[in-house]
Design a protein. Sequence first.
Length: 391
Amino acid sequence: MNTWNKRTKAVHAGIRRSQYNEVSEAIFLTQGFVYDTAEAAEARFIEAGEDEFIYARYGNPTVAMFEDRIAALEGAEDGFATASGMAAVNGALTSMLRAGDHVVSARALFGSCLYILEEVLTRFGVEVTFVDGTDLAAWEAAIRPDTKAVFFESISNPTLEVIDIASVSKLAHAAGATVIVDNVFATPVFSDAIAQGADVVVYSATKHIDGQGRALGGVILGTKEFIRGTVEPYMKHTGGSMSPFTAWVMLKGLETIDLRVRAQAATAQVLAEGLEADGTLSNVIYPGLNSHAQAALTATQMGVGGTVLSIDAGSQKAAFALLNALDIWTISNNLGDAKSIATHPATTTHQRLSDETKDSLGITPGLIRLSVGLEDAGDLLADLRRAIAIS
Ligand SMILES: *Cc1c(COP(=O)(O)O)cnc(C)c1O
């Protein structure tokens, strides 16, 4: 299996078949498991083998299939599936940190990630230093000999800054710090984060892994030692585990993720190039455009620009008019869905931030985030152009 291409792993890795030898993965909707004898129960509580389960919060065959499949796809030794992306971010950080530890984080973060770093960790005595994630000198200055972890989103939301995983990892590892990457926008298809130096990779499976907007989920990926020794004890006792039904949805999502995100990224490239060439918007941000500040890094780190672009309509009034004029694009806040979704970050996902912080992160009043779906690229571009003309 190790020689398989990602696309093959996404379909076959991690399969566990029951005595019926079913083709499609079974959903084991059970909380518990029966032991033949009291001695067998005792033995399993002392040490459970690979295919021995105790309670669904600890592990479940369907969930284990998902964990093994996504770990194979990412090139990680192991994974722990979680109830949501935020349970994964929180679990990765909280399971390994203790009072007195120091963390360096990129400042441009998804709102809930920022809440964990700024409000939760600090409440328990963890010191957090925020830096501009694209500035390697800032990382170097902030990382100290006592830095325990660095955290960043490999592509930031919604301004799509790309962070240099290999270079930041090198700086972090020189100080003995663990590199934790929230890799949602890169997707497991375009990511080589572990090979590039990340120690721990976190996904919200809610996004591209489900890919059809149905279920919340997440996963923490890393070494066997980190996942089973540090993450699993924390997650199984604090209750953020993935449900077997969700794991089945995510397994089915992984079977098609390669085809989906490649199509979405190809369409995003067409839309970004088309809108930039039109010249009617004050800004078109897409890591796959030559005009993007990290275009060269994007090419080496991911190969493509991803499935999300952001545009600036110039003002909130123009942005709202544009959004309200769209026919195909839906106004919502998920991403990675089959349906193309338009979001106004300043008034929704990033509403909580002060105007000053929004300013410093480039979240302008006119900014619209576009998550590209699976519709026809020409239809999507025509819908945007018509709405832009009205706005
Ligand atoms: C959506 C998202 C999360 C949170 O995931 P949920 O599944 O909604 O909990 C975390 N990080 C990033 C970058 C995201 O886009």
